[in-house]
Ligand binder design. Sequence first.
Ligand SMILES: [Zn+2]
Ligand SMILES: [Zn+2]
Ligand SMILES: [Zn+2]
Length: 519
Amino acid sequence: MAQRNHPYYISESTIGGHSAGKGFFSSQNVNSGETIVTIRRPLMASLESERLRDTCANCYAWTEGSSIGSGICVKEGTTVSACAGCKRFRYCSKACQKEAWNRGHKHECKNLKPVADRELPKAVLGCMEILVRRKHGLIDDQTWQLLCHLESHVDDFKENGNYGGIELMAMGTSQFSATQDTFSKDFVAAMYARILSNSMTLVTPTFDPLGILLDGLLCHINHSCDPNTYIVMDGPQMQLRALRDLKKDEELFISYIDPTMPFVRRQSELQQRWFFTCRCSKCRLGPGQQEDAWAIKPEALSSQYKKISDEEIKRNEQAEDETNYTGDSVDERRVAALEAKAFQLYDEEQRQSDPSEAIRIIEEAITFCTESALWPAHRQPLPAFRDDLIVNQLAAANYEAAWFECAKRHRQIIPKLYPQMHHPLRVAQTWQMAMLAQYLASVGAEVALGADLALIAAMLINTVNVIARMSHGAENPFARQAQLKFLEVEEELLGKFGSKDAMNKAIQRQVELLAKMGE
Ligand SMILES: [Zn+2]
Ligand SMILES: [Zn+2]
Ligand SMILES: [Zn+2]
């Protein structure tokens, strides 16, 4: 069913010789960085409990951006105030409140009032929104049909033992939304299951997670661990963009998971959450790719780490679970046990809300990984630890410590994990670093002999200025902010150096210094 005037169409997909249901295809050649489709607002989006307190429930302006620079697209001084009725949702303006009210909140607000002090999961609130809006004629038939045709995976949930929990959540959803008269118990359970198995993460333009969303159109895009497109968000607006040049009739893929994870972990996550075996171009090559490379052979493990892993195997039943499978030899089983321990530490630090406690666990984990000599800098979960360390160092106001982690990431990790210059995560991480450099320059921090952080900031801001036009599109507020910021710092530096030539020469010296800082 090719749709005219759209650069995409939906058709039957075959991946690695197996049917993969419906998929999204390009109806023309598309250049890397171009927009394929823009969705003004997904059918449903629902904020995390924590974000309900500081984020507008209509335009998703996050007023408390956790790290320097992530709040870039939110006007300074923006605050949110709670709906006087339900006290649950907050809005940044009267206009936002009115829009949400008319989109459907007016039909659920009074039902939510009696449970104002009860935390409701984001999927329950999202499911309520869908049911309430359909009941009151606010979702048209075509959109509704598209939604109802999404795979619910009810049988898979029954098989894995999670269906009981879903039925329970669905009961609450029916009750709070007062839609028992319109939708049957089983229908609501299937809708809830559909949300669990088809939702994506709602993020800021710099990829900070805010909640979940469900869109009837974009959720037809299949997964690949080597995706050729990605989605950027700007408040409720979603844009599907090309990560590479695309040929006419090529299938479009996004990644549902972190594709930098090792093969077996990717397979296991996709199986558990989306119920499929990944046969994407990368997975067809098997577990021998960059994500799976160790820095040393398993048999070269030091005697100290052999001992640690043997103790892990004795003590910890997860040490040998399938997600860490490396091989059957004694040494490969040891390596798997060490990987299991690293990922357990990762889960542990992710659950920490106190930055200093999270930093303690992450530092322990990084030492564990590096002293084992097994992990190259770009093998997971080591880069994930570094990302979280930066976020927590910033939250704890340890700006200089965060800087050195950023420099390492910039030098050793980003080019390996995100080789495309306009990879949106590369852009977001470079921006985070630029804003940190600018802050450190403003307080006169000295991070290395001869380092001029104002110049380094200018150089990083310029990089983002150039690549954000491709990653986010020139019209995106994030790209526009980067451009404005660049013009601002360029003028300041030109004043200081007298000429572009002198400035560029000085910048070149700082590029070399920055590379050294990242060693
Ligand atoms: Zn708003
Ligand atoms: Zn309300
Ligand atoms: Zn794959």
